[in-house]
Design a protein around this ligand. Structure first.
Ligand code: NI
Length: 221
């Protein structure tokens, strides 16, 4: 008997997530890297506050900790915007994985600041679409592993009914850590039960997150 490695599309449909490696060109990555550092610097060093700059306050110190810049399409980061061009790298990856023309429906930068970032609780992004109709692409700009807040998933949970209890699903597991290298894209079905670890390291963990749906909101086939 031979075993075959799943294609990214097969992994997405079967397990609910997949990693597309080294998906960004070096020059693109450098430009996006610089823009995201600028976004973070605005908040941390220059006191910039805006409703799209989501943050929490660390109780012990009173320090405000940035964790998301939402609606990235409305902020002056042209290299990030270029990622969403019709012939850009993300649309091609999303179409390849979903097997149909796509639209993007949300765009944000997520950052887990060194040593202070909290875990993201287990959740499903949404269950108002069938499996295989919408996915989240996270473009990693830093290596991410179990020490700086990598994604965790319950493989196959995107296929569970809408009303499944997330806590119960996680207790039954299995729970898998999804590590990635800078430049990789991690894709997961929006229905997948997932969360992410806290950042206990001294390394930042940044990603650009884009939600894509098939244009008719239905899975292929
Ligand atoms: Ni999520």
């Amino acid at each position: 008997m031979t075993t075959r490695v799943l294609t990214p599309s097969e992994a997405l449909h079967g397990r609910g997530s997949t990693v597309v490696t080294t998906a960004l060109a070096v020059g693109t990555r450098a430009a996006v890297d610089a823009e995201t550092r600028w976004l973070i610097d605005r908040f941390v060093r220059h006191g910039h506050r805006h409703p799209d700059y989501w943050h929490f306050t660390k109780q012990a110190t009173g320090r405000e900790v940035l964790y998301r810049v939402h609606n990235l399409q409305d902020h002056p980061v042209p290299a990030c915007h270029a990622l969403l061009a019709p012939d850009g790298p993300l649309v091609g990856v999303a179409q390849g994985l979903l097997g149909a023309p796509v639209l993007w429906t949300a765009f944000a930068m997520v950052v887990k600041m060194p040593s202070v970032a909290a875990p993201v609780p287990w959740h499903r992004d949404r269950v108002d679409v069938p499996a295989g109709a919408a996915l989240n692409l996270s473009v990693f700009l830093d290596d991410c592993d179990v020490t700086n807040g990598c994604l965790q998933t319950v493989p196959g949970s995107h296929l569970l009914p809408d009303e499944s209890d997330v806590t119960n699903v996680v207790e039954h597991g299995p729970v898998v850590d999804v590590e990635a290298r800078a430049g990789d894209i991690v894709a997961h079905d929006v229905r997948l039960v997932h969360g992410s670890r806290e950042n206990t390291s001294v390394r930042m963990r940044r990603s650009l997150c884009v939600e894509f749906s098939t244009q008719d909101g239905m899975p292929r086939g």
